[in-house]
Design a protein around this ligand. Sequence first.
Ligand code: F6R
Length: 615
Amino acid sequence: MCGIVGAVAKNNVVPVLLEGLLRLEYRGYDSAGLVVANDGLHRLRTTGRVAELGKLANEQETLGETGIAHTRWATHGVPSERNAHPHYSGRISKIAVVHNGIIENYEIMREQLQAEGFEFVSDTDTEVIAHLIAFNLQQIPDLLEAVCASISKLQGAYAIAVMEEARPGRIIAARNGAPLLLGLGDTGNYAASDASALLQVTKNMIYLEEGDVAELTSDGYRIVSCLNGKIDKEITRAVHKSNLTSEAINLGPYAHFMQKEIFEQPGAVANTLEMVFNAQSISPRLFGNDAEKILSQIDSILILACGTSYHAGLVASYWLETVAGLPCNVEIASEYRYRDPIAGPNTLVVGISQSGETADTLAALNYAQSLGHQHSLSICNVAESALIRQTNLRFLTRAGPEIGVASTKAFTTQLASLLLLTVTLAKMRNKLSGERENEMIAALRHLPAALQLALQVEPQVKAWAEKFAEKNHALFLGRGLHYPIAMEGALKLKEISYIHAEAYAAGELKHGPLALVDKDMPVVAIAPNDVLLSKLKSNLQEVHARGGELYVFADADSHIQQSEGVHIIRLAEHAGLLSPILHTIPLQMLAYHVALQKGTDVDKPRNLAKSVTVE
Ligand code: F6R
């Protein structure tokens, strides 16, 4: 949450800061601000979006060759101009700080700094950092050293960028638990929360590691580590050429990133499965060099994830148990980390995350490892993320940058990866004949084309969306493999259209939720032609008999008839194990079109942000 950009160059950096913030807006968008050095520090802040900040910069003709900027997702303190970053402090020399993350000991630090005479003007934890650095600058007149001294006192996860009025032309950036990278350009050097913010100026990136502190000037940079509040040593980090393209981060012909990302799914899944397309058979090496050794030892799976990624884990648990014969537990990461679970020596812990920086997932995985779990695998969309670095095995979903806050292509690529894991494990455990393996590889190869077909139901879904826009509540039903898909459909609808939506395993309806059903309660059912279809049909009858309006996503061969109060959209013929992936598409589209009808901010729904780097 929160996006940071810093720039120090031989020319005006305001356009770079603004463009960078625009790219990072997905990380938080309840206020924005920047500060530049130009004969003193000049700060602009707004509770509007980055576009608003741009207008202010234009009106005030703000210019400067050194600057830091921030787009916020509020944790401590309401979204207001007072709480917007950058935050100032300084007695001897004014400094400005932008921060992403949470300072957990901010209350104690605040008291201590107040006792030193520092006056707090915001409700944020960030202001503690600003005053702490200013306090240290009184004794240590070098900003880099003062930052080193300050971060030794901070607890929590953060990425910060700091600049000083007295010595403009320099930015100090530090990372501990929140992402931060450097960009090395021809006319300047930069820092940002992710590469997309800096693509406008450079492709040469350095991914900072935990504990790194960097000093940037327009001519160069250095990275140091700090020990006991002092600079310890110089660090060398590799420079990577980013392979991000501007196409990947621009809207192109689409109205919203969510729409673009829904339609990118055939390509995203094809990229994720590329190695399989070229292979005759599936090899464990897809999951890392040690995968063969590690996967051959495991006897159970524990999946840790949040939100949409958790739903992917739930689908995978059906696959892993049915196809690979492996017991599988799926846990909400924020719950798991506060329980006393029993660690099995041969359990594979799988962390699933689009961003790879979700604080709960990282902490849960860490906790699982501390309990004695030795084998871990990450399924993640960001190659340089903390999650990828935390596990022995890894598989990168190659969905490309997902910018819309509601996760779409990350989910379907996670599912494709998890099916690949299932097939790999099933094969290693002799649960899969050569013939069945070939069938599954063929089905995976066909998946992008099948997704393309599923996208064609858009006009029908759009017509349904008009009816949903007037409703306040909706129920989503599924059974078996498709129950998690119903959960995902409900999550999509609530997060972007603000319609209250709940998912139930269809058999549970009669145990309580059926009481909610009336003519104002649309009931969405995922009804593929699988072994549970006849059971599901009985559940749908129960709804119909009580006047509930049914919206059924069925397969072409599902034999469910349209009638008064029963609307049907048919996908292709039943896709077997791949069916949950295909049935996700119309549910994403439904949420998208309902949100359009309601006029909500599709890509940036209220109160949310893309990467949840706080507890
Ligand atoms: C919902 C959504 C969230 C994320 C969740 C986990 O559309 O995007 O529920 O799935 O915050 O995020 P990652 O996958 O980045 O760990």
